[in-house]
Design a protein around this ligand. Structure first.
Ligand SMILES: Cc1cc2nc3c(=O)[nH]c(=O)nc-3n(C[C@H](O)[C@H](O)[C@H](O)COP(=O)(O)OP(=O)(O)OC[C@H]3O[C@@H](n4cnc5c(N)ncnc54)[C@H](O)[C@@H]3O)c2cc1C
Length: 378
């Protein structure tokens, strides 16, 4: 039996702990917060979108996408559903392939983990922010309230997004000490800022539309889904997905009616001449569009090509994930550090991030599987 210490009690750390404890290892989780799985409990608008049936590397960003694909083919959507169901619960996809617990409660997933950790006798120490790791005949970890030794360490301390869940980006230093680098970090799956004057009065209006990111006049990505107007920009799952691509200076082209052609739209507008946009777009949006033009041709064009400049994003605090991190290529196929044997990684701390739709929790579980296997094999 090996003594394994896991730094971080988020999705990746919890999954590593259960996989290793089930294999008979002695596992301790050191978590800096006062609860386990805080971010997991808030995921998917509190409903817990744990994975997606449409699972392959094309939904990810990393310095080594080939390895991400290989990892997903070993532990993908089916394996995640099997793993979670092995603790209890039923996990089902929605019409877009996003998998949730049937009870639609993310905090209940954390409860499943907590019960299984207790059943397996995994030790958890809360309020234990790890400040240093050193290696000499095994590892010594120094944390806020003490020190402990371990045969191997898995660093699952997350990234820099949503620091109120304990992830302020300071944990990268634990690996940098051994020579690891950190790629440039950027918030992703985040609201985008635009010109408030262009969307005045639209706050709270939600449209199921299409959104294209234009750079230098060229479309670099089109996504479909919810677009939600905020006071100073746009949010919603289409925007979160587009935020992985969009940069300050780009243009967002919104199509409020992607399944209807401009010609068909024009015919409909001409039927309802007095208030032509009734039952076509939400009334508040219709009023704003009508203030721009009363020409039916220009109006039908505007419904399908509504341009908004990107002024930036809403920052790490509001982001769901971190783009960038410790290069995946600085780890072996077993998720072990190439620079310090005995140190393993899993989760968002690595330079792997996914689109909106369950891909980031999937990465937490996939990397946890590989790291747990690696810890036992190396
Ligand atoms: C609001 C929100 C909603 C989201 N919804 C979804 C969704 O529906 N589907 C999806 O796929 N993804 C979603 N994500 C992203 C997903 O939750 C994360 O990618 C995932 O939780 C990352 O798992 P992790 O274990 O690597 O890191 P985290 O879950 O961030 O866990 C890291 C843990 O490490 C602890 N820690 C940090 N430093 C130290 C230290 N020095 N010592 C000890 N402990 C430390 C932190 O307190 C934290 O508990 C969402 C994110 C947010 C913020």
């Amino acid at each position: 039996m090996q003594k394994i210490t896991i730094i971080g009690g988020g999705a990746a750390g919890l999954a590593c702990a259960i996989m290793l404890a089930r294999a008979g290892e002695e596992v301790t989780i050191l978590e800096r917060g006062d609860r386990l799985g805080r971010k997991l409990a808030a995921s998917g608008n509190g409903q817990g979108n744990v994975t997606n049936v449409n699972m392959d590397a094309s939904h990810y960003f990393s310095d080594d996408l080939r390895r991400v694909g290989a990892a997903l083919s070993r532990f993908g959507c089916a394996e995640t559903v099997h793993f979670l169901s092995s603790m209890g619960g039923i996990f089902l996809p929605d019409a877009r392939g996003r998998v949730y617990p049937a009870g639609r409660q993310a905090s209940a997933i954390v409860d499943l983990f907590r019960h299984e950790l207790a059943r397996l006798g995994v030790k958890t120490i809360l309020g234990a922010r790890v400040r240093d790791i050193s290696f000499a005949d095994g590892a010594t970890l120094t944390f806020d309230t003490g020190t402990m030794s371990a045969d191997k360490v898995i660093l699952c301390a997350g990234g820099k997004a949503a620091e109120h869940f304990g992830t302020d980006g300071t944990a990268y230093a634990l690996a940098q000490k051994f020579g690891h680098t950190v790629t440039p970090l950027r918030p992703a799956l985040v609201k985008l800022k635009s010109d408030p004057a262009l969307i005045k009065g639209l706050k709270g209006i939600r449209v199921d539309g299409a959104l294209s990111v234009l750079r230098g006049g060229k479309c670099i990505r089109t996504v479909r889904g919810d677009i939600l107007f905020t006071e100073n920009g746009v949010s919603g799952d289409a925007v979160f997905r587009a935020s992985s691509y969009a940069e300050k200076g780009d243009i967002l082209e919104l199509d409020f009616l992607p399944s209807v052609s401009e010609e068909a739209l024009l015919s409909a507008l001409e039927v309802g001449r007095e208030e032509p946009l009734l039952c076509i777009v939400p009334n508040g949006l219709g009023r704003l569009l009508m203030r721009r033009t009363s020409d039916m041709g220009a109006l039908s064009h505007l419904v399908k090509h509504f341009m908004l400049p990107v002024y930036g994003d809403c920052g790490f605090r509001e982001a769901q994930v971190t783009k960038g991190g410790i290069p995946f290529s600085e780890t072996t196929e077993h998720m072990e550090s190439k620079l310090r044997s005995g140190l393993f990684f899993a989760g968002e701390i690595l330079n792997v991030d996914g689109e909106c739709g369950g891909y980031n929790l999937q990465w937490a579980f996939t990397s946890a599987f590989l790291a747990s296997e690696g810890v036992r094999q190396c």
